[in-house]
Ligand binder design. Sequence first.
Ligand SMILES: NC(=O)CCC(=O)C(=O)O
Length: 274
Amino acid sequence: MKIALCQTTVHKDWHKNLRNAERVIADAVKSKADMVVLPEMFICPYNKKAISAAAQPEGGEAWQAMSEAAAKNHVYLVAGSIPESADGHIYSTAYTFDREGRQIGKYRKMHMFDIDVEGGQYYSESSVITAGDEVCVVETEFGPIGVAICYDVRFPELFRLLAKRGAKAVVMPASFNRTTGPAHWELLMRARALDQEMYVLGCAAAGDLAGSYNGWGHSIAVDPWGSIMEELGEGPGMLMAAVDFAKADEVRSQIPVLQQLRTDIYEVCEKTVG
Ligand SMILES: NC(=O)CCC(=O)C(=O)O
């Protein structure tokens, strides 16, 4: 399976970002992508005002454009994240569409990026976004693929749940920053890949020093052995990762940590919410 990570620049005008997304999706398919992934909040700058202004319900203009782009290009599409308005809240939502443009997955970012690093990055995502509470795995003809978003990568429990649901690859729309990016991004992506012996593919927004958020870029593909397959720099670009689900099986059989878990002593289990 070929998965394209499209590291786009995010402009102020969300219509412009949608048109750009349509262009990069078509380009990725020309390069034979089976699935295209876009960055977290690819339609608007990553700040409270822009997120609130671009928020729209499921089925709204951005959803429609992405569904049509998936169908037109006959490709699976993880449409980054889009600010979704629902019940008086805004969620950071990753919709996944199949090759016919049907929605086959909906993931609302579960862990809020609320940090305050002395002399570095401050962010209070929960002041605008409401956290989701459902784990998401989408079915494709290649196998099940998990979806998570950016800060979620710091929570191994979520990745354990995704693996328990059968995921051998997890795709992650993301937008790390220049404080934690250089220190943690690669390390976290490799750690999660190795924990569950799965592919972890992070699609970040391009860095933009003139923008309101200090994005780090560096979209990355990590294999089930924990090796970096490829990593982009800060500018816009596309990374094409060849994902072979048999490789996850191979690593899992050679180092069978997932069978050696001491579930008699500890366990990660999913609680039913609501
Ligand atoms: N958009 C995000 O969730 C950013 C996460 C991040 O930068 C981190 O350090 O974690």
